[in-house]
Design a protein around this ligand. Sequence first.
Ligand code: SF4
Length: 215
Amino acid sequence: MDLRITEIFLSIQGESSHAGRPCSFVRLTGCPMRCVWCDSEYTFYGGERITYEDIFEKLEEFGCKLVEVTGGEPLAQKNVFPFISELCNRGYEVLIETGGFVSTENVDQRASIILDIKCPESGEAERNHWPNLDRLRKERDEVKFVIARLGDCEFAKEIIDKHQLTDRVKEILISPVHGIENLQQIAEEISRSGLPVRLNLQLHKYIWGADARGV
Ligand code: SF4
């Protein structure tokens, strides 16, 4: 069994409640979405088919027990589901960063989901797969709203309220697009919202720069 892979690397987790932790990343190639602010367009094409065994060998070399499976859209490759289960079998703590278009139904229950909910400014809000919200688990899963304009904050508030997300997830991440001009306004909006959310800045971009690959 194999997967089409863009890159495998060891770094610091830059986002979510796990930010700052050492983490290995397995970045899969391909995504059916086209978010206008996408920062990983280099994953859309190309990549290399790599066998499970070669991926596991690389992860063992890194020696880090936290692994994130990301993309692109990692769940768009059907071979990823047994791969995730095998990671869990081998004792890894597994995070799945998904864009929210593909169903999470077949993801191993031992893995944690970080689910994007696409806001209007992404251009892809119509493609959110809403049944994914019903599968979220309070003890381990997180949702992320990427914010490009203040209007996205309003959308996020509506969705949090409508789906009672504060009761259903471990963390609600509000993630302004990196380099956005009105970051202070968004931070103020979040602080005034009264919601138990977390401002999610992409730590790795502050450390290595926005265009660095493999970090
Ligand atoms: S889902 Fe993720 S990888 Fe796909 S286009 Fe959107 S931001 Fe890019």
